[in-house]
Design a protein around this ligand. Sequence first.
Ligand code: BES
Ligand code: ZN
Length: 881
Amino acid sequence: MRTDSGQIFRLEDYRESDYLIPEVELTFLLDPQETLVRARLVVERRENVAAVTALELDGDGLNLSSLAIDGTPATGTAFEATPDRLIIARPPSAKRFTLDIETRLQPSRNKALMGLYVSSDVFCTQCEAEGFRRITYFLDRPDILSVYTVRIEADKKAAPLLLSNGNPVESGKLDGGRHFAVWHDPHPKPSYLFALVAGDLGMVSDSFTTASGRKVALGVYVEHGNETRAAYAMDALKRSMRWDEERFGREYDLDVFNLVAVSDFNMGAMENKGLNIFNDKYVLADADTATDLDFANIEAIIGHEYFHNWTGNRITCRDWFQLCLKEGLTVFRDHEFSADQRSRPVKRIAEVRGLRAHQFPEDQGPLAHPVRPRRYREINNFYTATVYEKGSEVVRMIRTILGEDAFCAGMDLYFERHDGQAVTIEDFIKAFEDASDRDLAQFALWYHQAGTPHVAISSRYDAGEKSFTIEIEQSVPPTPSESRKRLMHIPLAFGLVGADGQDMVFDAVEGAVVEDGVIHVRKRHHSVRFTGVPARPVLSINRGFSAPITLSGETSTDDRLFLARHDSDPFSRWQSLNTLFTEALLSATRTVRGGDEPLFASELVGAAVSLAANDALEPAFRALALTLPGEPDVAREIGANIDPDAIHTARIALLKAIAREGRATFDALYAGLHDNAPFMPDAAGAGRRALRNVLLEYLALADENPAPAKRQFDAADNMTDRAAALTVLANHFGETQEARAALSAFEARYADDPLVLDKWFQIQASVPAPETVALMRSLMEHPHFSITNPNRVRALIGTFAMGNQRAFHSADGSGYRLVADTVLALEAHNPQVAARLATAFRSWRSLETGRRDEARRVLSDIAKHENLSRDLADIVERTLA
Ligand code: BES
Ligand code: ZN
């Protein structure tokens, strides 16, 4: 394990390397216990670098067997090798020379799942961000672009399949039951995109013909027996390839595209050139084992990794500070893909819910950082919601500001100008400036300044003057190491909604630039005055969540209810109702803390019920509208001195109030939504199931009776309905015979299916009850729990820490200790996953004092451990700072 040196990497210290590595030839003699790697690097000294300048290559835990320089074995003082570095103090003076480096690896002992490792008898690699240096010594940085040729040799029986990047060149038999394959990737690429897979896997094959007529052979590789569960992934891949041609004019550029599913993987998936490697959770799906959410995630992630081929691979990052250049942009692209494949408004609401749930707490806590950070200690810890989700929002705002046509022109210019390069955010922004002739300097602060901007709004109508004035005030709260903030350019989409629900027209506007339904906020304060407004409008602001900000204003309940019913922007309708729910929950939480029973306004409860029944609206939208803000959403609004138990009690009370009021309506709706046709994973069917399953929870709560959930559980013909019913049983009726029986039936049925068993662990870990902590300890002793499988750890411990606010924040600190123990146990073999889990503590300062003290104690205990990994030390120290 790499222990912490405390070194900090800074953007301003970037400098070009002295040497380039235009060509790489790799040979792998694969063996799970001991693999020999021969790397032949063609090294080239850059212009204007003095001859014999020292060459320093990166390593990480490497074991050097031999080194030759220009074909001559190097000995003695010619080099200095440690596990983490290879230094050649006086390299050949020629402009080009070769290095032959032999290293020995132990793939089966690699539990960090970075570099070359074995997952269920399959050799695979993960090199982003700095995993290639665990395979061989290299200039392991994304601005070193090389053409790779890879030869793989392995036992033919154990590994009939030998894959790497690019196109297949040659394959054949060798002595001793071994065989080989050679792959060549003509596109120069950074080392983090290198990949190798070798093993015995089942295959689904198909082909895709690109717009210009190139026929591409497609392969999706999964464990034998799982082939039928890969059909949806293959379909999603073909749709992704077509979509990128149609929407972005981007074609695929190799003869083959392979995608491999593995069961031990630290992340979701990886975009290695021509050989994407996936966590099998994001490949395998059928009606019996995957939920609608799983299908949607598969589509999104297959799209995401495929879209990286242009945004990430053809054009890559100059350094890791530029991570959002590929990730934020590619998330934007996968969001657009899903919006086009499904319902755009429903997709947008889901994105915003995700952003608020994951990115807002990050931006408002000790781990806040800009979309493009300026410093890091461990780059693995910067694959964050800020880089990804806020990074995507920033691209979306560029489109809002420039308009669709100029945005497309900017993207085209970016592709044309930078194809084959490793570039920066400045290059990206410049392409849009040049294509649109606009100045994005102030806008660029979205990349450079951390924190969620806040906008305060008030408005008044003057009937005599027929004018409507909006007062807008922006502020950006301080974040760690950035106390003074500059004013941002915030694009606020808006409408002045008339009594008939239509947007009103106005004669003129002054006080801000207003174009195409967007107010451009650029100053601290704007007084935006619309004239020629015939009657008092209701202001609909930040439509479509045009800017990722928090908003405050004194909109009346009546106006919000009006917008929830009539706004032409569906996002805004959802938002209005959601804000009303949040306000009701805030007030109910105060009531509970004061020792009283909360009550809820009948208009609000009535609005929820009538929205549910409004069949002019698509079911998926109604499902989202009826989903109350989560406990963490309420906690975030409260902001300080949080009592998770009170929030939980308040939320249950609102659920029950709606359930009782809606019982008859919901009952009829629920029955009418039943699907007799066989399961199909399409958006319309998923929407009906989503609504039906939201209704199920209300129906079960209306009579405090597990029967409806039990009936659905028994009758379900698909995982969406089965898992939803089980969740209702476990969450609300955990003590009943019905819940226990359902949990054990589920466990027995899916004992041999790890991905489904993950759901069983996950459902139990998310039960918002104090007893869950004790249950967790026993689930960790379950024969199927494994600390080395990241999916299992995330399903059980990750869900508990990040998806069960009430139990994780148990007042006695037992939830914190459980997570801390797991973090330390994981840390020994997989620091990356351990550090990620530790971020669950990031909001500790906003809790009430008892819990805050417990959390601080637990965090300090972790920090006191000796030899913490760089990953974990970084998170814990920043969280405590
Ligand atoms: N490049 C990343 C994978 C990655 C993440 C490698 C972190 C190394 C460290 C990949 O493109 C990615 O972003 N994957 C996401 C899923 C995606 C849909 C947001 C992931 O793995 O979570
Ligand atoms: Zn990505």
